[in-house]
Design a protein around this ligand. Sequence first.
Ligand code: GRF
Length: 197
Amino acid sequence: MNIGILASGSGSNFEQIVLSKIKNANIKILICNNKNAFVIERAKKYNIDYSIIEHNRYNSRKDFENEIVKKLQEYNVELVILAGFMRVLTSNFLNKFPKKVINIHPTLLPSFPGINSVEQVLEHGVKITGVTVHFVDNGVDTGPIIAQRSIIIDENDNLESLSQKIHKVEHELYPEVINLAVNNKLKIIGRKVNILK
Ligand code: GRF
């Protein structure tokens, strides 16, 4: 299955996905909306094609999304993986890849959706947080949940230490879920996702 990864930042998840060598998955292209993002260096390192599509160069969200769609179609992408992609995608985009856009979020959804969510987790003083991988729908981090892992917050955890714990879990969980998606093991039934044996 041909995969396109969309990312805006450091790209540690991107790199782990590449390194995991998921069976039947071809990582065809990275699309990045931020020309200074470190993820671009990672794509170069592993010889993965990349395209920089900067949202602020487009008059509308629709034009920006259409440019991404064009690029993904050029590479015959069948599954879209969001790995720290900091733009909301509308139904204009999602309709082009129905049930084929997956995101990872650094909290246990539906708690703490949106941006700066790890900061909010710490501010709120919750004792357990985690990571969620979900299908993307029209809302912000509201789509059907595929998998979650929990993380215990210690009293002395800060943004840095908790972010490290989160990334460690993400780097294991995301390739596992992508493997399931690529090998057609995920079935969406309403809001629920069943994992087929
Ligand atoms: C991850 O924590 C992910 O949950 C969130 O963005 C972050 C991306 O990290 N959506 P990286 O760029 O993969 O290191």
